[in-house]
Design a binder for this molecule. Structure first.
Ligand SMILES: [Zn+2]
Length: 395
């Protein structure tokens, strides 16, 4: 790989800059000679969270701070692609083309409204660029190892770079496109951001379920490698849609705790089980209204599994005063009858039959299980030794 150090002004780099709002990326610079966002690059992120990062870039230039090195890839036809620095260049280009304002002299100012000397300062600011020429795999390998100014690449962004091709391009147009009308629906089930590739990563995790690799990242990479030159994403799209459609049909009522659950796994395990959506909704509402259900995220798997695994709901325990008063009552009675204060031990025939346990050796138990309508109050509380409480299990 050959590298040459070059110097450009901000005005030169941003000459011919176009920002594509639809795809969320900056396109060209250097009068068309520079591609700011090659396909394997990620979307523009500096405008996220109110645009603090892109404003910081402009602020740095106005203060005369260096913006750090930029890296361009020089292609055989002499044109250039940005390898590292596209977030910074896009910030500059967006500012120069009036896409956002900064606070200057305590006022919101667009580029055009800045004093001429400040405009000049930005236009003439110098950027240092390493231009690299080498073969594609060499450049990409190197690209994997560099960190982009303050926002490290995540796994899916690296995968998109390594397996770039028609498949990634099509998949990104669908799953990494914040203008896609389906994103709102998907956001109920998938956490993260389409621009950071979280939706694409989830879709790939789901569709690659049948690969033998135990590691999920490996399965995704395997799938991307196998489909790298595919000119459609039918399988990826169809499977993803099946999971989302199934989830939205079983659970009519959308709750925020649904977001980020392993819907792909749920689909695989439960999609051939019939559910009555009305019944599901009734149970779901009852559980959401139940004070004793501590883990609402567990409600969905609990319902899918036929309301068996109460541990998914993390049922609220008896409070300390209740435990103490029940312990005192039980222990007094037990001593009077010369039996263990654990009712299960008292009924047994081993050496614990007469044992008086300390409070810290016992746990509170629902006499009538919560799942069968038992309340969490002292009338439904009994203290059991830890061994018997564990054995009982079902809360
Ligand atoms: Zn016991």
């Amino acid at each position: 790989m050959k590298t040459t150090l070059k110097q450009y002004t901000v005005a030169e780099i941003c000459n011919g800059f176009v920002y594509n709002t639809y795809e969320g990326k900056g396109l060209y610079g250097l009068g068309g000679k520079l591609t700011i966002q090659p396909e394997y690059q990620r979307n523009y992120l500096y405008a996220e969270k109110g645009g603090k990062k892109e404003m910081d870039v402009i602020d740095s230039v106005l203060k005369g701070y260096p913006l750090g090195l930029l890296y361009f890839n020089k292609l055989t036809d002499g044109s250039l692609e940005v390898l590292d620095g596209q977030q910074r260049i896009t910030s500059l280009g967006r500012f120069l083309t009036g896409k956002f304002a900064i606070t200057f002299n305590r006022m919101e100012q667009y580029f055009d409204s800045l004093p001429a000397d400040k405009q000049d300062k930005i236009n003439k600011a110098e950027l240092l660029v390493y231009e690299c020429a080498g073969d594609e795999s060499e450049i990409k390998e190197w690209f994997k190892t560099i960190n982009i100014a303050g926002i490290p690449l995540n796994q899916q962004e690296v995968n998109n770079a390594v397996y770039s091709g028609p498949f990634v391009t099509l998949a990104k147009a669908q799953f990494s496109n914040s203008q896609n009308a389906n994103i709102n629906k998907w956001a109920a089930y998938i956490s993260g951001s389409p621009l950071r590739q979280d939706y694409l990563a989830t879709a790939l995790e789901w569709v690659s379920r049948n690969y033998a690799d135990t590691d999920m990242d490996k399965r995704v990479q395997h799938y991307m490698s196998d489909h790298r030159y595919c000119t459609n994403i039918n399988e990826l799209q169809t499977y993803f849609d099946s999971v989302i459609d199934w989830a939205s049909r079983v659970f009519n009522c959308v709750e925020k705790e649904m977001c980020g659950l392993p819907w792909g796994e749920f689909y695989e395990t439960y999609h051939s089980t019939p559910y009555n959506p009305q019944e599901v909704e009734t149970i779901q509402k009852r559980l959401y209204a139940d004070y004793y259900v501590k883990n609402r995220k567990g409600v969905f798997e609990y319902i899918l599994g036929g309301c068996q695994k109460t541990e998914l709901l993390d049922i609220r325990c008896f409070d300390e005063p209740t435990k103490r008063s029940v312990y005192a009552r039980q222990t007094e009675e037990a001593k009077a009858h010369d039996v263990s204060n654990c009712p299960d031990c008292a009924m047994g025939h081993d050496s614990n039959k007469h044992k008086i346990w300390r409070l810290d050796e016992m746990d509170a138990d629902h006499v009538t299980a919560w799942s069968k309508g038992g309340a969490t109050d002292s009338a439904n509380c009994q203290m059991l030794c830890k061994h018997h409480n564990c054995a009982k299990g079902n809360k």
